[in-house]
Design a protein around this ligand. Structure first.
Ligand code: AMP
Length: 190
């Protein structure tokens, strides 16, 4: 199985690119953010628990994540692997993921980061706020999400570099240009 993590700050284009990657390589796309938003819309117990955390741009507690991820993975039996979008976001989650995958005789295949600087991210997210009306796309919350990313998620780059699983591509350009660059890296690793 190809277990691919698309990594990067909020607004780096992970969601858009993940859908394209999943389609091209017959992988299941798992976005923890999408799972949370669906639960919030449907007012499930989980949705009610996480709503205010997400609206502030904070991270949902680690202990809730791995079960959600495993349940999502269990829904796909016919795929050749997964594109993980928005997971892991902390070192604890990355470690939990390794344990969970090992139980399945699997491991992380590749972590690919989309590199985009803060100015571009803020501009993109503010534009998305106008188009999609996501509650966590206001200026204050965006700034908090970027801080949370820098403090809690970015350190994972070294975690995966140490395992020789890390690569990056420029996340600025047209959707197709970026996609082609991602595919080149995937094809060297798949
Ligand atoms: P995203 O759509 O990936 O930007 O996620 C939206 C929000 O969902 C994040 O700002 C977090 O509040 C929450 N979230 C998504 N994935 C995770 C995760 N792996 N760990 C903790 N919180 C998450």
């Amino acid at each position: 199985m190809f277990n691919f993590i698309l990594f990067g700050p909020p607004g780096s284009g992970k969601g858009t690119q993940s859908v394209k990657i999943a389609e091209k390589y017959n992988l299941a796309h798992i976005s923890t953010g999408d799972i949370f938003r669906k639960n919030i819309r449907e007012k499930t117990e989980l949705g009610i628990k996480v709503q205010s955390i997400i609206e502030k741009g904070e991270l949902v507690p680690d202990e809730l994540l791995i079960e959600i991820l495993e349940n999502a993975m269990d829904q796909y039996k016919e795929k050749k692997g997964f594109v993980f979008d928005g997971f892991p976001r902390t070192k604890q989650q990355a470690e939990d993921m390794d344990v969970m995958l090992e139980k399945r005789n699997e491991s992380v295949s590749l972590v690919l980061a989309l590199e985009v600087n803060d100015d571009v991210i803020i501009a993109r997210l503010l534009k998305r706020a106008e188009l999609e009306g996501r509650k966590d796309d206001t200026k204050d919350v965006i700034e908090n999400r970027i801080n949370v990313y820098n403090n809690q998620t970015q350190p994972l780059i070294d975690f995966y570099k140490d395992k020789n699983k890390f690569a990056s591509v420029n996340g600025i350009g047209s959707i197709d240009e970026i996609f082609n660059n991602i595919c080149t890296v995937i094809e060297q690793n798949i």
